[in-house]
Design a binder for this molecule. Structure first.
Ligand code: FAD
Length: 390
């Protein structure tokens, strides 16, 4: 089997890239492990909230400013991306650009929100500061413990499960081929790139996009071991009764995302290095308590479901985008989107398509795979990823 571009991974990142490339007339094949290597995207809450998520937090060094710019660019690409996706498929992805409300429960948290508002204003991001009364008038579900709020007007959310479904349909309608299976090895034979599937068979490709999330395939493609690490996140959904939040609320110890189907997604724990997929009961109990402290009406809400997912983490919490300079430039990475892969999907897809199609621009140095290359210069080109053994 042959294709021009083989994309390993059918999560938000791989599917968005496939849709963009196929729409430009490229011959594309997505190879996805399905349940053999579960998608983080389906576990996500779907917040599009760069002011509260990732950008500016947990970050070490040079990637921080670049990630903030990239996050904002992607946030602002979301309206057109959602409209095009819903238009191409006729599917509703529950995209809600209705803002995200952060709340503070004490003076220290109120000061932190105020600093965040200052930073947002400096970056030209719309922010509205609310005192306790204004916050509760705006979002009546809030508890009396809330002392201040910050409303990020441009932010919002989407339903990630619906997003994946719509992206699959859109990519296929644009001409992309979808194949299910685990890629066990990447080989170069006589100059050609060859993917060996765990269940048998090969795919030959002119180039490869590694969009395998937290799966171990990145190592087989030349990324040093240990760079892309799973960060487990547990979350749950509550049946949304009367008095629940009307929009995304982020408070102490939890965020609340009301969905169109009446659920409120409450997230999320964070356990670095864990690749377990069984939800942690203690972590979920803490999330439930935190949710009820923020919005008391949720205290007796029935639990609809619980789950865990593996975020693709990196040492500096920024994604890895582009080829390794000292390796084969036909192998391009689009991994490590950590807590923000849903948010970053439109900007990532546009960037990867622009570079692969030879349009203007460059791979951003701050996200280069080479920033981690010295960790293990002899990382194997052909090795069996752990994902294939799971
Ligand atoms: C609890 C939780 C809440 C989150 N909330 C948010 C949020 O609100 N907003 C946000 O933006 N992000 C959020 N995230 C993060 C987000 O889910 C990820 O950043 C994003 O899903 C990564 O997308 P991806 O396409 O890179 O990876 P994935 O969605 O994991 O997709 C990777 C795909 O690659 C496939 N694959 C891997 N290895 C192989 C192989 N060898 N062969 C074939 N296929 C392979 C897998 O089957 C998988 O389908 C959250 C994550 C979690 C866990």
């Amino acid at each position: 089997m042959r294709t021009d571009t083989a994309i390993i991974g059918g999560g938000a990142i791989g599917l968005s890239i496939a849709w963009e490339l196929a729409g430009a007339g490229e011959k594309v094949m997505i190879i996805d492990g399905r349940s053999a290597v579960p998608r983080a995207t389906k576990a996500a809450a779907g917040m599009l909230a760069p002011s509260f998520e990732g950008a500016g937090r947990h970050l070490l060094g040079a990637a921080s400013a670049a990630l903030q710019d990239f996050s904002l660019r992607s946030l602002r690409a979301w309206p057109a991306f959602a409209e095009a996706l819903q238009g191409a498929t006729g599917m509703d992805i529950d995209y809600r650009p209705e803002g995200v409300l952060g709340v503070a429960m004490d003076d220290a948290e109120a000061d932190a929100l105020s600093d965040q508002a200052d930073a947002m204003e400096r970056a030209g991001v719309k922010a509205e500061r609310l005192d306790a009364r204004a916050a509760r008038e705006f979002e009546p579900s809030l508890s009396d413990c809330v002392v201040a709020g910050l409303f990020a007007l441009e932010e919002g959310q989407v339903d990630p499960v619906r997003l994946v479904g719509a992206l699959e349909v859109a990519a296929k309608r644009a001409g992309a081929e979808m194949r299910f299976g685990v890629v066990a090895r990447l080989e170069t034979t006589g100059g050609a790139l060859r993917l060996r599937l765990a269940g048998g068979g090969f795919v030959f490709a002119e180039r490869i996009v590694v969009a395998s999330g937290a799966g171990a395939f990145a190592v087989a493609a030349g990324m040093p071991a240990g760079v892309v690490q799973p960060v487990k996140g547990d979350a749950l959904a509550l049946s949304h009764g009367a008095g629940g939040p009307a929009r995304v609320v982020r408070g102490r110890g939890a965020y609340l995302c009301p969905k169109a189907d009446g659920r409120v997604v409450v997230g999320a724990t964070e356990t670095a290095g864990s690749d377990r997929l069984d939800p942690d009961a203690d972590g979920l109990a803490r999330l439930r308590d935190a949710a009820a402290t923020i919005a008391p009406a949720l205290a007796h809400a029935k639990e609809a479901s619980r789950w865990a997912g593996l975020r693709p983490g990196t040492p500096d919490a920024a994604p890895i985008l582009g080829p390794l300079a000292h390796r084969d430039d036909r192998i391009v990475f689009a991994v490590g989107h950590y807590r923000n892969g849903v948010l970053l999907a439109p900007a990532t897809a546009r960037l990867v398509a622009d570079r692969l199609l030879g349009r203007e621009g460059q791979w951003p140095a701050a996200f280069s795979p080479d920033r981690f290359a010295e960790r293990s210069p002899d990382a194997a080109m052909s090795s069996t990823p752990a994902a294939a053994r799971r």
